[in-house]
Design a protein around this ligand. Structure first.
Ligand code: TPP
Length: 677
């Protein structure tokens, strides 16, 4: 018995050392990277991947696989070593040797869209933990609907001190504790070291107590003792709460001088230290060489779940055919054809019965029509449900331990909401949409940026989109946020002008399979502008001529959202005064700027006067009006007052548009005069 244990331990050590060796050698070859975490966490990873994790390297996207999130993305060599050792086809030894090089499968931080087997893109600390909450949530939501026979997997996270120091971790821990996400298991790489040195320089939190206070199981173990790790994971799997296992480890384990110090964190160990580590670990193989028997042992571990995978395929096949079709549709992320039907119905109603409503309310009407047709849509709000209008009557609420629902009260946790939504989208089978105020997009921004990078379909409903929110004042009035969101590549920022445009923008957001959308919506009522039914989605090209000029246009007015109606009123006035004017609605500047030259030129037109109107800063609009165009909007922060007073104070009015047009015409008339002089 004792001998067996000794042999098992020796085998474990060799397997873990394979991770350590590959990691330190790859970082050395790249002349950059982070050897400390992979060397320290190698024991945890070896136990998890060889004894617990359910996955199949032959099918990295197997929907019922356990998810593993390396939240501390800087330790990417841990993941790459595992993928190679376990037999993921895309991860060859050559790729390991090309760590951090151009076009390799081994970028500096894990990127899920580059490397098969990587579940999410991590690097910004704390995000992975937030993603994992969403993955665990999506698993429960789908299990509640389709049953444990086809949806039953764990979400494991490896989190570092940095992950747990970031503010987002507080939101993630509190929310998942509250929801009793019992299949979420966090392995905390408790090494007490950060970049600056000892963790004690900047933190003295009792993490076990912290997690327990949030409703988790939490314990402390020796992170280099495989049996202790295994026992803790076994207990975690049986728990009715999420579990955090603080695994005490030594960063850079095996490095003779640098282990246990910040020097092992983020730079190559150096030739001498690597030589010393080889001796200390009893690793007598050249760089990048894994002995055959060891590779075989790892590959065998990689094949552990093949049988489970096969049985799962059979269980899916045995589902009643309509359930199976629906399950497969959800997993593929395909929308039901009923979605476009629902959008059409809203457009029909909008045309038949034009109403003055706020676009947040318009969005609620669209959701009302959509929600039944798209049961994969999971809505939520960061404690502004009544303001964001993201919860319709037909949406049951997800609650602790009860996941059959379509709406989640995220609490006042915008950052985790956005990160978890990314995790839900990555998990698949659900389409998350959120609700908060547009001004708080800043609190979601790091996660929205990652959704864009990862090409994930998440939809953020962000209401109270300008000074038009009125009395809450400048703290709540976004001015730079539209531009800031437009600045993120692959984010589509929609700002619809009425109910019809809101329906069209929702459709575009849902149909955008590879990236996030933000719907910026008003608090205040807006008149209906699209009063005839158009089959075509006019918002699809980002901008379109809403009101043509009578004859040759002298003035082109461009606007989004709440300011489009001001332009329509200004056009009426200008036309009356003999100035032929057209109005272009720009519900999505991002989409418009992505159109071809011909379309852009046609929409921008050749009217000599171009004026853009948006109750926000000018940034971005020059692409349409040019640097010599006129802009009516904000140049600084708003103020607290009823919104009509604010629009007057900041000069965003029909009169101001008309005056700007005349001033511009006057300027032009003056030019030849000046030239004559
Ligand atoms: C949001 C964010 N801030 C800063 C960094 C830069 N950074 C990378 S690792 C790290 C901290 C390292 O400490 P720890 O998380 O304990 O990792 P370990 O030293 O154990 O590898 C920092 C500050 C980052 N990646 N993300």
């Amino acid at each position: 018995m004792r001998d067996e244990r000794v042999t098992a331990r020796a085998n474990h050590d060799r397997m873990a050392n394979a991770i350590r060796a590959l990691s330190m050698d790859a970082v050395e070859a790249a002349k950059s990277g982070h050897p400390g975490l992979p060397m320290g966490a190698a024991d945890i990873a070896t136990v998890l991947f060889t004894r617990f994790l359910k996955f199949d390297p032959a099918d990295p996207k197997w929907p019922d696989r356990d998810r593993f999130v390396l939240s501390a993305g800087h330790g990417s060599m841990l993941l790459y070593s595992l993928l190679y050792l376990l037999g993921y086809k895309g991860m060859t030894l050559d790729e390991i040797k090309r760590f951090r090089q151009l076009d390799s499968k081994t970028p500096g931080h894990p990127e899920n869209f580059i490397t098969e087997g990587v579940e999410t893109t991590t690097g910004p600390l704390g995000q992975g933990l937030g993603n994992a909450v969403g993955m665990a949530l999506a698993e429960r939501i789908l299990a509640a609907e389709f049953g444990p026979d086809v949806v039953d997997h764990y979400t494991y996270v490896l989190a570092s001190d940095g992950d747990l120091m970031e503010g987002i971790s507080h939101e993630a821990i509190a929310l998942s504790g509250h929801l009793k996400l019992s299949k979420l298991i966090v392995l905390f790489d408790d090494n007490g070291i950060t970049i600056d040195g000892k963790l004690s320089l900047s933190d003295s939190t009792d993490q076990v107590a912290r997690f327990k206070a949030a409703g988790w199981n939490a314990s402390k173990i020796d992170g280099h003792d495989p049996e202790a790790i295994a026992k803790a994971i076994e207990a975690a799997q049986k728990s009715d709460k999420p579990t955090m296992i603080a695994c005490r480890t030594t960063i850079g384990f095996g490095a003779p001088k640098k282990a246990g110090t910040a020097e092992a964190h983020g730079s190559p160990l150096g030739a001498d230290e690597i030589k010393g580590a080889r001796e200390k670990l009893g690793w007598n193989y050249p760089a990048f060489e894994i002995p055959k028997d060891l590779l075989d042992a790892w590959r065998k571990a990689g094949a552990r779940s093949q049988d489970a995978h096969k049985k799962w395929n059979e269980r899916v096949k045995a589902l009643p055919s309509d359930k199976r079709t629906e399950f497969e549709r959800r997993l593929a992320g395909r929308l039901s054809p009923a979605v476009s039907g629902a959008v059409r119905m809203v457009k029909e109603q909008a045309a038949a019965n034009p109403k003055e409503i706020a676009t947040r309310k318009a969005s609620e009407s669209v959701l009302d029509a959509l929600i039944e047709k798209a049961p994969e849509m999971i809505g939520g709000s960061a404690d502004l449900t009544g303001s964001n209008n993201t919860k319709t009557k037909g949406m049951p609420v997800i609650s602790p331990g009860e996941f059959k629902g379509q709406f989640l009260h995220w609490g006042i946790r915008e950052h985790c909401m956005a990160a978890a939504m990314n995790g839900m989208a990555l998990h698949g089978g659900v389409i998350p949409f959120s609700g908060t105020f547009l001004v708080f997009s800043d609190y979601c921004r790091p996660s929205i940026r990652l959704a864009a990078l990862m090409e994930q379909r998440v939809i953020h409903v962000m209401t109270h989109d300008s000074i038009g929110l009125g009395e809450d004042g400048p703290t709540h009035q976004p001015v730079e946020h539209l531009a800031a969101l437009r600045a993120i590549p692959n984010v589509d920022l929609f700002r619809p002008a009425d109910l019809t445009e809101t329906a069209e923008c929702w459709q575009l957001a849902l149909e955008k399979m590879k990236g996030p959308s933000v719907l910026a919506l008003t608090r205040q009522n807006l008149p209906a502008l699209r009063t005839t039914l158009e089959e075509k989605n006019l918002c699809a090209l980002g901008a379109y001529e809403l009101a043509p000029a009578k004859g040759k246009a002298q003035v082109s007015l461009f606007a989004s959202g709440s300011e489009v109606s001001l332009c329509i009123a200004a056009k009426t006035e200008l036309d009356k005064q003999g100035v032929s004017t057209r109005v272009v609605s720009v519900p999505c500047l991002d989409l418009f700027l992505a159109q071809d030259e011909k379309y852009r030129a046609a929409i921008i037109g050749d009217a000599p006067i171009k004026i853009a109107v948006e109750a926000a800063i000018r940034l971005g609009w020059d692409a349409i009006i040019g640097t010599d165009g006129r802009f009516i909007g904000m140049t600084g922060f708003g103020a607290s007052a009823p919104y009509k007073d604010l629009y007057r104070r900041f000069g965003i009015t029909t009169e101001a548009i008309v005056a700007a047009a005349f001033a511009a015409l006057g300027d032009r008339r003056e030019i030849p005069h000046k030239e004559r002089a």
